[in-house]
Design a protein around this ligand. Sequence first.
Ligand code: DX5
Ligand code: ZN
Length: 221
Amino acid sequence: MTDYLIAPSILSADFARLGEEVDRVLQAGADVVHFDVMDNHYVPNLTIGPMVCKALRDYGIQAPIDVHLMVKPVDSLVPQFADAGASIITFHPEASDHVDRTLSLIKEQGCQAGLVFNPATPLSYLDYVMDKVDVILLMSVNPGFGGQSFIDGTLDKLREARRRIDNSGRHIRLEIDGGVKVDNIRAIAEAGADMFVAGSAIFNQPDYKAVIDQMRSELAN
Ligand code: DX5
Ligand code: ZN
């Protein structure tokens, strides 16, 4: 049976009570904390940096932290996030001048490395770096904001990414980010995803556990 990971995006959490929110969503059954970093340059929004990641670790959060870098340039932030306690660091290949170098840098810092694909970014960026990739993250919305609708064309792209992973013979996570809800998570899993980011679907509901339980029961069907 596939081992599915649910990764709530804290973008939709209450930032005034972030430590408690992350604790609560982990108690509710989340596996991974998805941490969205936006720079008002690569994407038209501004969020949080390494200090906040470190603050969550200092607060006592032990779950894996999945840092999604929507920034340009990328490399200078990699050691800072590794030092701040990141477990996974993913970046958009268009935002790095040297994709192979950035992947190596992330791994040298002791983190898992991943590439993120915007809806119109081709998977061919993977062609020569599959051996360095631990995670492939497909965006099912244009990056920058929570609460957008899932772009259906991403399902075919997931199937293609799953084929590439199977052909590689490596264990690579296939993560999906944007518009993931209880009512589409099963179709997304059937297309090949095994790690699900969900922001508004979880944090906009009063009972995080109820949503996560519903997602898991969809995945079990
Ligand atoms: C968007 C971010 C997402 C976002 C997802 O650029 O990368 O992680 O928080 O939010 P929802 O699940 O609400 O689409
Ligand atoms: Zn994200």
